[in-house]
Design a protein around this ligand. Sequence first.
Ligand SMILES: Cc1ncc(COP(=O)(O)O)c(C=O)c1O
Length: 375
Amino acid sequence: MGGQADTDPIPLARPEIGAREEELALEVLRSGRLSLGPMGERFERELAAWLGVGDAVAVSSGTTALHLGVRALGWGPGDEVLTSPFSFVASANCLLYEGVKPVFCDVDPVTLNVDPGAVEAALSERSAGILPVHIFGFPAAMAELEALAARHGLGILEDACEALGAVDSEGRRVGARGNLASFAFYANKQMTTGEGGMIVPSDPGVAARLRSERNQGRAPDMGWLDHGGLGFNYRLSDLAAALGVAQVERLDDLLGRRAAVASLYEQGLSQIDAVTTPLAERGAERRSWFVYVVRLADDVDRDAVIAALAERGIAAKAYLPCIHLFPHLRELGYREGQFPVAEAAAAHSLALPFFPAMTESQVASVCEALARSLT
Ligand SMILES: Cc1ncc(COP(=O)(O)O)c(C=O)c1O
């Protein structure tokens, strides 16, 4: 498929775009309805149906989904929101956009998701909410976090940007618990629109607010130069939505093939002592495979491993740096050593090439090259 030879470089990620995406994109181009047209609504309906939720609001990215979520929850200056330091930076930046302080809490060493015990310990009278991130597609401990939120009157915004298709401890799809939840469709995600995002509203009033704020504060019955309040241009174009519709149609297949690649990796790497593979499932919890990130033993020189893989044309990446150590969060007083579990994960984790079209022999090449680089 695609003329891939075994000696070709193996990228970290590769989207799958085919005839159906082309067909629907062409439909949009020929319709002349490039924004706020029927394809955008269709994408929202189809993703909502796939998730099993009543509604979903398409936006321009996962970051803008999170930003509108923060606003919908009414979090603002003086508020603190408890969240994970082991995430992509957008899950903290969306709080900073609204003057909210991210209060980081260490993560669970197995799931790498925020630890509910650490969240409870970090509560203060300024706590307004919890922003759990389902990191690398493994569901966060939502039942515990929701119980905590209920006891302390906190709002919840789920960052499900990496977790479309994950299943939680109660067998529910991530994003379908009634909390505000954001998804992202950048090109390396489980499904892509190039750039794009979706936010699942918690009720119809919130949905109306999200739709207005993504569209410059307009209500549905307002003209282009009418604005009922502060808004943004966070719209998703109908061309992007066309890709989204096509990708939702094949989402089960994409997710199934990602899971199959992950299981090939598990077989190929389970015998290597210096490598710990990611948890695929635990009880009812099931990971939606976004990236394939392994943990290297503490004494392994990760940069040397990355260089050795690169020499053989295999992309690999240190993944992820902790958010609290970026300069703009250090300004809030965050320092090394505050979140030892997250910091150790950041220091020793490695993302390997991972995409649905990866062949058995490509996975074998990566496993073999990784094993060799460790001896
Ligand atoms: C955990 C997490 N949150 C938020 C985002 C932001 O999504 P986007 O890049 O679409 O703005 C991403 C995407 O990389 C992510 O992985």
